[in-house]
Design a binder for this molecule. Structure first.
Ligand code: S3P
Length: 171
């Protein structure tokens, strides 16, 4: 596999971070979690950024950090945040720089995985199902535009990582 940047996209709760760590380890690549990078650069939690500055401010931080990571060089597996694909600029950069691997997940799985989770501001509060459905429908066009798409429902993170490594052989 000659590609140096493996970029994982997918809805919240699709397993990008867990799968990304395994893929990185098996490839001998560095692992980078975009959300963790934003938190560390901003010195604040994602909930905090959303609450005080709003989603738009978060998106600017997200795009800036993504660009830094994608242009830094070296081999790396990047787990993006679920909303990184909504920016056209982010999508163009991801497409130009790496292999885009989408982890496809059903809403049922997302909701059961994130049931007790409090660190997803877009799903917090009332009407979670309606909001998650809307977000997923809006983003499907972007998630589906990937080099590799893996259905993750009912699979372990190890199995998903193995499937990615098999599919990467063509790249
Ligand atoms: C978001 C997903 C989150 C995080 C933020 C916004 C989204 O990342 O970036 O809460 O818009 O889908 P995960 O996909 O890692 O949960």
């Amino acid at each position: 596999m000659s590609k140096k940047l493996l970029i994982l996209t997918g809805f919240m709760g699709s397993g990008k971070t867990s799968v990304g760590k395994i893929v990185a380890k098996r490839c001998g690549y560095r692992f980078v979690d975009l959300d963790a990078e934003i938190v560390s650069a901003a010195g604040r939690a994602i909930n905090d950024i959303f609450a005080t500055e709003g989603e738009q401010a978060f998106r600017l931080l997200e795009s800036a950090r993504l660009e830094q990571i994608l242009t830094a060089g070296g081999t790396c597996v990047i787990a993006t945040g679920g909303g990184a694909v909504i920016s056209e600029q982010n999508r163009a950069l991801m497409r130009a720089r790496g292999v885009i691997i989408n982890l496809n997940v059903s809403l049922d799985h997302v909701l059961s995985r994130l049931n007790k989770c409090t660190d997803r501001p877009l799903l917090a509060g009332e009407n979670t199902l309606e909001r998650a459905t809307k977000l997923m429908n809006e983003r499907e066009q972007f998630y589906s535009d990937a080099d590799i798409r893996i259905d993750t429902d009912g699979k372990s993170v190890e199995d998903v990582a193995t499937e990615i490594l098999c599919r990467l052989k063509g790249f």
